[in-house]
Design a protein around this ligand. Structure first.
Ligand code: ATP
Ligand code: MG
Length: 596
């Protein structure tokens, strides 16, 4: 830019000064020529006057002598003819109207050719003052010829001088022109340097600002203090940059909002274009497929990214058929997951294409499925547990009807069994009701502060009979002053279920010890027995509903497998924790921690 401006200025200066030089030279030459012409005309008129005087005096006119004398005279008086290069500068020639030379100051006139073809001579013969400029090849300069006519006698006086000064003037003018050009160039260089930098500085500033903006610094503005188009340009530029910054900020804000919404969703989302390249994927989807989320995932083919052929297939079907689909898939991994995948086509803005890709919304339904399974199992278990005593009751009633009722002893025995089975049914239904009541509760009702010792002692008293029947010792080691804020019946139920197990799954003359104390601000309750213990593989499952280690043995003792499940739910309801420790053959210990 700077170079260009500078070059244009130099060219302008050279052309300007040259043209000026040329016209000056032309004008000066013309003036000089006119002046010389005037002088020569005057001299010719002087000679004319002299000749006419001689004729009037009756003297014979010697043209050659006059020519020589006047030439000398004129040479001596004129400055413009002085030249060392030329033998005699002013040349005077007399020519008659036929072109014959009558006298000459420079050469022998008798040897000279006819001069009637010379332009100035022809003009003079016609009565005008003739003039011409001709270049002498021998002397290498221009000569000015002036011819003045003389009527009586008919003679032409021709005076010629070399236009020596013409060359000098020319040289001088071009010399000054050159100096002018040189000075112009120097001056222009200095000015151009200053001016061009004043032009390029704001442009460079604009270029730098544009670069910064393109690199993402949208707050960049230019600061141009000029009162010309540049300042207007700068104002427009800044306005444009401000608008751009505003639009970008708005877009970034919108993107961030959409991003945070998409990433806050509990469903996984992945959208692809018609080439199955990922346009969008949220962090849940990445988590589901074990992908590291980041800007690098966009643009990758979905199959390469999530490596799940089923989802790829569903998307393909959705895009090709342009219809939403819903499918369930199982994803193996460290943990098997069941996913529900909803795929739907993305509406296209272009009316020529069906859609512009597809979107998959993926929900992890593993827990839902598990719950479903637990519920189904629960229903089948409940049905089974209800059916067994009912079948037994119906069987004995049938037998009684069939005649057994007649035998009083047998009838009493059967009725007792029916009573036991009915009691079992009642207990079972009670347990199920209790369990479903606790399960649906977030917080227990009838809560008040109780002394734990009084609850524990009541429970030990309730179970004393059944323990005595089996010869099992019940031991209570309860700290005084343990206050518990809870529903009294619930805590009772919890202790009964645990101690009952301790009695049921004990050996003869064994014992069950209930301990309770405060530790680190918590209430610790332990129920330890000296019974058969629980094998390791069963420990994790004993809190499940209807789970029994030995079904036959448990049922024979009236157990349904709901006792520990109820305990666990009660502990959870009070934000506590239950642990079990057992050694087969030597006993089991349950430890409960409850917040005080
Ligand atoms: N103290 C224990 N010693 C050995 N096994 C136990 C003990 N407590 C529980 N179990 C085992 O865990 C299973 C589940 O116990 P849970 O109390 O839930 O059911 P249950 O005692 O069989 O029936 P329910 O308590 O409903 O009358 C029992 O069947 C038994 O096999
Ligand atoms: Mg039990």
């Amino acid at each position: 830019m700077k170079k260009k401006i500078f070059l244009y200025y130099i060219i302008l200066i050279v052309i300007g000064v040259s043209v000026t030089g040329f016209f000056t030279s032309e004008l000066t030459q013309r003036f000089y020529k006119n002046e010389v012409e005037e002088k020569l005309k005057n001299s010719a008129n002087l000679i004319k006057y002299n000749i006419s005087e001689q004729i009037a005096a009756g003297n014979k006119v010697d043209y050659n002598k006059i020519a020589v004398n006047y030439a000398k005279l004129l040479d001596a008086s004129s400055s413009y003819t002085n030249s060392s290069q030329i033998k005699s500068s002013t040349r005077i020639t007399f020519i008659d109207y036929s072109g014959n030379v009558l006298g000459e100051s420079d050469t022998d006139y008798r040897e000279m050719e006819n001069h009637s073809n010379r332009k100035e001579v022809q003009e003079a013969i016609q009565g005008k003052t003739g003039s011409d400029v001709r270049f002498s090849k021998t002397l290498k300069m221009n000569f000015l010829y002036i011819a003045v006519p003389f009527d009586t006698p008919k003679v032409v006086i021709r005076i010629s001088v070399p236009l020596i000064q013409l060359k000098n003037i020319d040289r001088a003018i071009w010399y000054y022109t050159l100096i002018g050009i040189l000075a112009g160039v120097i001056l222009t260089t200095l000015l151009a340097l200053k001016f061009s930098s004043s032009v390029t500085k704001p442009i460079n500033e604009l270029i730098a600002a544009t670069k910064e903006i393109s690199m993402g610094n949208y707050s960049k503005r230019v600061n141009i203090n000029a009162k010309d188009e540049f300042s207007q340009f700068a104002v427009s530029f800044n306005r444009m940059a401000a608008k751009l910054e505003e639009v970008i900020a708005e877009m970034t804000d919108k993107n961030l909002k959409v991003d945070s919404i998409i990433n806050s969703m509990i469903s996984g989302i992945a959208a692809v274009d018609t080439n199955y390249k990922v346009m969008l994927i949220n962090s849940i989807a990445c988590e589901m497929f074990g992908i590291k989320n980041g800007p690098g995932v966009i643009g990758i083919n979905i199959i390469e990214l999530i490596r799940n052929h089923q989802i790829n297939h569903f998307l393909k079907e959705t895009i090709e058929k342009n219809t939403p689909l819903s499918n369930e898939i199982i994803v193996s991994g460290p943990e098997e997951k069941i996913l529900r995948v909803y795929t739907s086509p993305i509406k296209s803005l272009d009316s020529r294409s069906l859609n512009s890709g597809g979107i998959a919304v993926i929900n992890d339904i593993t827990n839902v499925k598990k719950l479903e399974q637990i519920r189904t199992e629960f229903v089948s278990n409940v049905t089974h547990e209800l059916k067994t005593p009912l079948t037994s009751i119906r069987g004995f009633i049938e037998t009684l009807r069939g005649g057994a009722i007649e035998d009083r002893e047998v009838a009493d025995k059967f009725l007792e069994i029916i009573d036991i089975e009915a009691e079992r049914l009642y207990m079972l239904i009670n347990d199920i009701l209790q369990l479903s009541e606790i399960e649906t509760k977030q917080k227990d009702s009838n809560i008040s502060t109780h002394n734990f010792k009084s609850i524990a002692e009541e429970v030990l008293l309730i179970l004393k009979d059944s323990a005595d029947k089996k010869g099992i010792k019940l031991i209570g080691e309860i700290e005084d002053n343990i206050k518990i804020v809870a529903n009294r019946d619930r805590i009772k139920q919890m202790l009964i279920n645990l101690i009952d197990n301790g009695i049921k799954y004990n050996r003869e003359n064994g014992s069950v010890t209930l301990k309770a104390y405060k530790y680190e601000g918590k209430i610790i309750i332990t129920v330890k027995d000296t019974g058969i213990g629980i094998a390791k593989e069963h420990l994790a499952r004993i809190f499940e509903r209807f789970y029994r280690v030995d079904k036959g043995r448990s049922r024979s003792m009236g157990g349904t497998g709901l006792g520990l499940s109820i305990v666990k739910h009660i502990v959870n309801l009070y934000s506590g924790d239950i642990k079990v420790n057992s050694t087969t053959g030597s006993g089991t210990e349950f430890t409960i921690q409850l917040p005080a």
